[in-house]
Ligand binder design. Structure first.
Ligand code: UDX
Length: 447
């Protein structure tokens, strides 16, 4: 099938590459000429495991094309995906200006029937808005051309985006047109074998499903972080509690890892956007407000431990930081806990020596050449001469470091672990002071 994808971000590029991989004829349209030219040379704008070879191969074999020419894009596919960004505006609502611009562009150029598919995370009611913009534009053109608008949210995780897209757990489709369902069945057929993963519903329910899923996951994390704070005060160990409750199949083991807060491009933005949606219709979303507040406070947890240990004034102190990305296997630092940590440490006068396996360029881009941030080439180099080690991201190669050399490199053997990577008892036996999240037992051991 011929498919057009507007927006070469995370969602658009991964979806386009995966659709091309199974044989569809896909063109990606973006206004960023640089991005398009780079892609043609094989330079991929994001780090995502497995994505580069997938894009390269499909591009070389002609199933995946890139262009800035919107008309070419509109002419190409019956299916027109909208996968542009929906950044938060000043009050945290999702800003739809990119979505409506694409909708207008499609309506300006279309000559035949199009199925416009919202892939971006968009508030309930966006499909109506897309439809209104397109109807209006077609009217000014005096063109009487039919079109459909479908909500088909993505659920991919950064770091596992290609796999998530190749083997989706569900394909949510919101539409009021049975013919469109047939077309989408054909489009997604290669991903929908063995058992039917397509969940059909009305458009508004599909739009809300995406927010509800992300907000549910964020709620699980904030809930665990709250219990971890209690565990700490009560002298219990959250890691034991996690296993204890995860074994209940109704609760499950996933997304109940306590830590120094969730970040990324989705959870913080989507929780906030759903809060704004609720408020606009006169409903107070108490749980969502608490989820957000708990997370904001959780990001201040590591700085609080550090100040508890070293005092409020951190002038002259240097901290080794392992992990800048908001989670492993990505270079993305959007809303990362590491940023709150570094900014709080800098305010208190401290220096940071940071290492991340993938996010060094991103840190450089965000913070430039600050005098109080040194980006180091290895995790070992980050430790040299630092007063203590702080961990913000659970990259695999942080899990079993050579503890003796960690101890030798640091001025004081102190670890502030925002991801509970180590066994408190063993690490304390090795001579470290160990601050972790919600591990009351560990706090007791070194007090
Ligand atoms: C998320 C959703 O998982 C995905 O379905 C949706 O489409 C987009 O948003 P993503 O933002 O890529 O994906 O990351 P995810 O793996 O969900 O992690 C989000 C944040 O939560 C990270 O900062 C992570 O460290 C944190 N987290 C996750 C926890 O603190 N504890 C957990 O148990 C799980």
């Amino acid at each position: 099938m011929k498919v057009t994808v507007f927006g070469i971000g995370y969602v658009g590029l991964v979806q386009a590459a995966v659709l091309a991989e199974v044989g569809h004829d896909v063109i990606c349209i973006d206004i960023d000429e640089n991005k398009v030219e780079n892609l043609k040379k094989g330079i991929i704008p994001i780090f995502e495991p497995g994505l580069t070879p997938l894009v390269m191969q499909n591009y070389e074999e002609g199933r995946l094309k890139f262009s800035t020419d919107a008309k070419e894009g509109v002419d190409h596919g019956v299916m027109q995906f909208i996968a542009v960004g929906t950044p938060p505006d000043e009050d945290g609502s999702a800003d739809l200006k990119y979505v409506t611009t694409v909708a207008r562009t499609i309506a300006e150029h279309m000559q035949t029937h199009k199925v416009v598919i919202d892939k971006s995370t968009v508030p309930v009611g966006t499909a109506d808005c897309v439809r209104a913009v397109m109807t209006e534009t077609l009217k000014t053109r005096q063109a009487d051309i039919a079109f459909d608008v479908v909500s088909n949210p993505e659920f991919l995780k950064e770091g596992a985006a290609v796999t998530d897209c190749m083997r989706p757990e569900r394909i949510v489709v919101g539409t009021d047109n049975a013919q469109v369902v047939d077309m989408l069945r054909e489009l997604y057929e290669p991903f929908n074998r063995n058992h039917d993963r397509m969940i059909l519903m009305d458009i508004r329910s599909a739009e809300l499903t995406k927010y509800a899923a992300n907000c549910m996951l964020a709620t699980k994390i904030s809930f665990m972080n709250e219990i971890s704070n209690l565990a700490e005060l009560l002298g219990a160990d959250i890691e034991k509690v996690r296993q204890g409750i995860g074994s209940d199949s109704r609760i499950g083991y996933s997304f109940i890892y306590p830590g120094c807060g969730y970040g990324g491009s989705c959870f913080p933005k989507d929780v906030q956007a759903l809060i704004r949606t609720a408020e606009k219709i006169g409903y107070t979303p108490r749980i969502l407000q608490a989820v957000e507040a708990v997370n904001d406070e959780q990001k201040l947890k590591l700085p609080a431990y550090i100040k508890h240990h070293f005092g409020e004034d951190l002038k002259g102190k240097t901290f080794a930081l392992w992990g800048l990305a908001f989670k492993p296997n990505t270079d993305d630092m959007r809303e990362a806990s590491s940023r709150v940590l570094m900014e709080t440490l800098w305010q208190a006068g401290a220096q940071v020596q940071a290492f991340d396996p993938e996010a060094m360029d991103e840190a450089q881009r965000i913070y430039g050449n600050r005098h109080d941030l040194k980006l180091m080439g290895t995790k070992e180099a980050a430790l040299q001469g630092a007063d203590a080690l702080v961990i913000c991201t659970e990259w695999k190669n942080f899990r079993a470091p050579d503890f003796e050399s960690v101890k030798n490199a640091l001025k004081e053997p102190v670890i502030f672990d925002g991801r509970n990577l180590y066994d408190p008892e063993r690490i304390i036996k090795r001579g470290f002071v160990y601050y972790a999240i919600g591990r009351g037992a560990s706090v007791k051991l070194h007090n």
